[in-house]
Design a protein around this ligand. Sequence first.
Ligand SMILES: Nc1ncnc2c1ncn2[C@@H]1O[C@H](COP(=O)(O)OP(=O)(O)OP(=O)(O)O)[C@@H](O)[C@H]1O
Ligand SMILES: O=P(O)(O)OC[C@H]1O[C@](O)(CO)[C@@H](O)[C@@H]1O
Ligand SMILES: [Mg+2]
Length: 916
Amino acid sequence: MDGDFNSLSLFATFASGDVKSVENVLSKTKLPYKLITKPFVTTEGNSEIKELYTIDPLNNVIMFTNRVNPFTPALDKDGIISENKKESSPKKSPLPKNSTGKSVGIITSGGDSSGMNAAVRAIVRVALTKGITPYAIYEGYQGMVDGGDKIKALSWEDVGDWLAIGGTEIGTARCQEFRTVEGRLTAVRNLVKSGIDALIICGGDGSLTGADFLRAEWTEFVDRLVKQKRLTEEEAAPYRSQLTIVGLVGSIDNDMAQTDLTIGAMTALQRICEALDSIKSTAMSHQRAFVVEVMGRHCGWLGLMAAIACGADWLFLPELPPPIGDEFIASGDWETEMCDILSKERKLGNRKTIVIVCEGAIDRNLKPIKPEYVKDVLTKRLNFDTRVTCLGHVQRGGVPCAYDRYLATVQGAEAVNAVIETTPTTPSPMIGISNNKVIRVPLKNAVAQTKEVAKAIARKDFKRAMELRDPEFNSSYNAYIESTILADGPGTRKVEESKRLRVGIMHVGAPAGGMNAATRTFVRLCLNRGHTPLGIHNGFSGLIADQVQPIQWQDVNGWVSMGGSELGINRDQPSPTPNPLNAKPQFGNYIDTGLIAFHMQKNNIQALMIIGGFEAYTSLITLTKARELYPGLCIPMILLPATVSNNVPGTDFSLGCDTALNCIVDACDTIKQSASSNRKRVFVVEVQGGNCGYLSVMGALASGASSCYIPEEGITLDTLQKDINHLVKRYAYEESANIPSYGRLILRNETAGNKTYTTDVISTILKEEGKGLFDSRSAVLGHLQQGGIPSPLDRIRATRLTVNCVDWLQEMAFKSIDEHKKSSNLSDIRTPTVFTKGAETATVIGICGADIKITPILDLLAETNLNKRKGTNEWWLGLKDLTKTLAKYEYETEEERAALEKVLGDRKQATGKNKL
Ligand SMILES: Nc1ncnc2c1ncn2[C@@H]1O[C@H](COP(=O)(O)OP(=O)(O)OP(=O)(O)O)[C@@H](O)[C@H]1O
Ligand SMILES: O=P(O)(O)OC[C@H]1O[C@](O)(CO)[C@@H](O)[C@@H]1O
Ligand SMILES: [Mg+2]
């Protein structure tokens, strides 16, 4: 077919990754067609743009192309834009009053991830507060290449309510053109033309690799653009030195090095766990096997964490291909290894089989392992009734979980700080998180280390690939294996008989998400090592009522995803010795400590793990101090903090507080929707936490509340007056500017303001003071916060911390056994004797900054407020200020001031006094 197809007007254009196949099909028909190819220079080498034209039976011209965006201009052989497209310059917005004259461009790029909007919201609002004009660059790098109206300034209100929206409101793309030198040259021109001084790029490893190219090429590209006369000397001069680039890691894959978590990974994990929990119930009913494929590209984080959080029976990772057991490695026969393990599980009474296959899973010869093949193996070899479920893009969508909102918000705010502090000589930073600390690392190093994983896998160095993932990856994998496979053959971790222990476990306090997951891991690890796990039901009162029983492997099947406390829980605790006359604990009852010691000895409990909140903490203090009186208590004891209140000293996070936060965020989203629909309504939402404001502060940050009240600060008339002033300003401005008013929230901790400023009282005051500008209602979330299905983060934390607890209990007990052996001069002791009363053998395990720490409980007394039942290290307090910043407490435009003055004037006239 001849003719100039470029001059024909097209009826339709189809994007196709495989134009060649389309041509093959056409060649077998009588339809005319013509293939045009154009060179396309990419950073990974030369490639081609293909355009295949044909005419359909109705005489319409149709084109198939492999361009990612079929509507972007084609390139000529030098990679230069060849179509007659005019390079447009974006429009600049007027500068705000507090402007420093600086501007920052914001991009979301690569696969969308939940939390990207929260990041953009935080960047926009913190930037405006600090006098920097934020610009959205729409549709990822494509918008940077296209320029024009793809680059627009964002206002405060533009990002209202974005916190709760999944995906990315400013769009994203996989942009081929940006991989080319010409694409990036055009992008540089557009950035200079729009006067952008700095860029914050939120995307995955690919996007940040692109950002790193841009950083390295910037100065040279500006020069080149001047030479090509696409920029004038004057335009280029202010931007010659290095462009400030800050990377924010947004991707569900969690595949970026040097950060523990990427924005969106936790929400994706939540989606996966919701699906797996549902699949589990149908699988159990039919005794079926399910092979579930999860996303993650070449990273196994999502698969591994989902396997831990849902108790999957087998797992295929990209970093560590099967087989995993020494006896199968030589033959590479992973099929037999898997079938042996899964059939053993069924014989133990497991009614279902869940196998997770990561999308990048491979065998030891780097051949992909696909779910359909795994299904065939299970069907043919084990006769399992097997189904395949591919979760697909469901994993990437939906409302962000509390953790992603928190992570994106604090990292977004930190990205703006980094923009302000970065100079042309500082390396471009990437904002990461190392356990609980927001960190900055050089982008270049993080990109380089990320690439190392792929290289290690390619050269089959799987050990290295595992090491290069985040520091917890390896230990999490070991925890998964040990809590999944009952090992009794070669290679088991069973300890010698003379060291096998009877280890007790109990829950004390109130239910919290993750308690059952921790107990399951405890039981399985103990069994795998030859110890006897003893379940102490119903806390200390259960112990003295002889409710102590060994737990078996299958007993805890399914516990990982169960809320509440399967062992039973209450707030009863040992009475301090000497017993203060008529003393009563604030909650629960005192039980005689001597009786507790007697029952510990009667059951021959040689090590103890307590899971619980502040009563569990004070209980352990009492038991530790009573060791002088009672030998039955002279054993290693460890507390794993679990309470929604997050008030136990020795840890930044207790189990259950993430589940509670998710519950608060879900409830607040719903309440806010009602508040917004009713217009101009402020809800005062009461949350739990006892005397600790953690849930209130974090809940406010994650739900986008205007303010929060906490017991640490109390509530005064002055506090209320300031918040009323703020609300009056906001609603006054929105009315005058004709902006639809969103509903607003104030979170109040249940004890803040004592019995005076109760939730209802505050709501009534707001209603009165709103005077028609706004109304108010209240909502008390109550015990909803303690229940429900534990969040994946709580399940993972439970598993990870419990492994450390069991290791520690074992180590301490062994030390004591060895000392006893030595001192009694006996070499052949069958029954181990544990006797230890050193302060270092009664401890609290916790997540502290970047580490897991085990601290002697008596050392923690210095940071404990026993009266207020909480610790004194409240790392989260500062986040209250960030909540207020993001609610516009520190930013005001001329228009807002004018609107406020008008309202004040009106109010003065109406009431005869100025209310503000
Ligand atoms: N090597 C590279 N050189 C230049 N640009 C790149 C490079 N790699 C990726 N990019 C740009 O970043 C965009 C996004 O990259 P990619 O598709 O790998 O997703 P990502 O950022 O890794 O996110 P995710 O993996 O979560 O989807 C690409 O479409 C391209 O525009
Ligand atoms: O949405 P797309 O472009 O099909 O890409 C899917 C890929 O994107 C991710 O969701 C994020 O990188 C991967 O897990 C998956 O492989
Ligand atoms: Mg990626």
